[in-house]
Design a protein around this ligand. Structure first.
Ligand code: AMP
Ligand code: GLY
Length: 425
């Protein structure tokens, strides 16, 4: 029986902790720093995700057998290398491998080198050169800060003014600081997005069920991008034939490219795809589970996550069969009004217990905190309400029934999670 440590404090980490709590191999879960939801499944430890020295010390002192990293920032900053230097077992890519998410300049170079389908692009560090280039290009164009920007560093510019303002905000005003020393300017792709998560041990790559996020804050995909307002799985958009194509054109060449670069990638690889007329192109790589994709994928995973993680770390993923429940899941994010812009926190949340006791419902917590015996909002995305069931109609109905039991002042939900399935069916 193992002691496991989960690093992070969002809805994804609550879902990871919940899945680990289902494992027959886990005797104790620590979450650093965790949230009130994870605190019900294990022990929250007040150490921040970037405080590597304190995390290493804690893992050593407590005899933690296995560590899971939720968010990208510790991965990109080398938490895996640090744990490994100390002889501690940790699930996730090392610093070199995590550059696939940490630098969009690097990931675009990688995709070009290994002929992985993606949007055409150019890199700039000089605003005037970028502006001169944009003048000769058709709109819309997509402008991306090179580094991590918490999901906010991407501007879809539909007018020349927006494009110029985007370039200036990143390269001149430095709104993303050192994450915006360089920009990628790329072709705007149309189509439909899908998330392909995969487990890899650097030798074998095994896709998980396909999911679909809802990035924009308002219904029918209007308004600014967020971290994700809801998700569902398995997404019917990617059928078996398309999945085979994604495997052949994206997953396998990515793995082979990593091998050619001498990069030992072990963990979860996230491919954000744009699909048009059956042709997949990579929008981005992430080096971890998505949030809220994890909240719909993990409830459908039948296999033991600890066993998969051990196979990944030990390089024997090929031997492992990964099994899924033959079910659907759908997650609705309840956010603070105003998110992804300014929003207030400290609002009391009620109805959680009633919602969570409904059948086939998991309420994953993200931006929440205890104040005395009151649960208060503490972030932009507050809760991720996930339903599982036999059909998308059923899971949608169940998820919103649970959402309707929960209240906090000025909350915002999209009422149309899954709309593309119902439109297409
Ligand atoms: P990224 O962080 O690169 O995935 O970008 C975040 C979101 O911006 C994506 O999920 C898309 O919705 C949108 N996006 C990024 N790149 C493009 C592109 N080349 N064309 C159209 N939309 C894009
Ligand atoms: N849901 C998008 C992400 O996790 O990056």
């Amino acid at each position: 029986m193992l002691k496991v440590l989960v690093i992070g404090n969002g809805g994804r980490e609550h879902a990871l902790s919940w899945k680990l709590a289902c494992s027959g191999k886990v005797k104790k879960i620590y979450i650093a720093p965790g949230n009130p939801g994870t605190g019900e499944l294990g022990e929250n430890i007040p150490i921040e995700a970037l405080d590597f020295s304190a995390l290493v010390k804690f893992a050593r002192d407590e005899g933690v057998d296995l560590t899971f990293v939720g968010p990208e920032e510790p991965l990109v900053k080398g938490i895996v290398d640090r744990f490994q230097e100390e002889g501690l077992r940790i699930f996730g890519p090392n610093k070199e491998a995590a550059r696939l998410e940490g630098s969009k300049v690097y990931s675009k170079w990688f995709m070009k080198k290994y002929q992985i389908p993606t949007a055409e692009y150019e890199v700039f560090d000089d605003a005037e050169e970028a502006i001169a280039y944009i003048k000769g290009k058709e709109l819309p164009l997509v402008i991306k800060a090179e580094g991590l920007a918490a999901g906010k560093g991407v501007i879809v510019a539909r007018t020349r003014e927006e494009a110029l303002a985007g370039v200036n905000s990143i390269l001149v005003d430095k709104v993303y600081g050192s994450a915006g020393v360089r920009i990628v300017v790329e072709e705007f792709l149309t189509g439909e997005e899908a998330t392909i998560l995969a487990f890899t041990d650097g030798k074998t790559i095994v896709p998980m069920l396909v999911s679909q996020d809802h990035k924009q804050v308002y219904e029918k995909d209007q308004g600014p991008n967020t971290g994700g307002m809801g998700a569902y799985a398995p997404a019917p958009l990617v059928d078996q034939a398309l999945m085979e194509r994604v495997y052949r054109e994206v997953l396998l060449p990515t793995l082979q490219g990593l091998q050619s670069e001498g990069i030992d990638y072990r963990g979860v690889l996230y491919c954000g795809l744009m699909i048009k007329d059956g042709v997949p192109k990579v929008l981005e790589y992430n080096v971890r589970f998505g949030d809220p994709e994890a909240q719909v994928i993990l409830p459908l995973l039948k296999s033991d996550l600890v066993e998969i993680a051990e196979a990944v770390i030990e390089g024997r993923l090929e031997e492992r069969e990964i099994e899924w429940h033959d079910k659907k899941s759908l997650c609705v994010v309840m956010a603070s009004g105003g998110y992804p812009g300014e929003y207030a926190t400290g609002k009391e949340i009620t109805g959680l217990e009633e919602a969570g006791s409904l059948p086939d419902i998991q309420v994953f917590q993200a931006g929440t905190k205890w104040e005395g015996d009151k649960l208060l909002t503490a972030g932009g995305r507050v809760l991720a309400v996930t339903a599982t069931g036999d059909s998308f109609e059923e899971v949608k109905e169940k998820a919103y029934r649970a959402v309707d039991k929960i209240y906090f002042p000025d909350f915002h939900v999209r009422r149309d999670i899954g709309w593309k399935i119902f439109r297409d069916s």
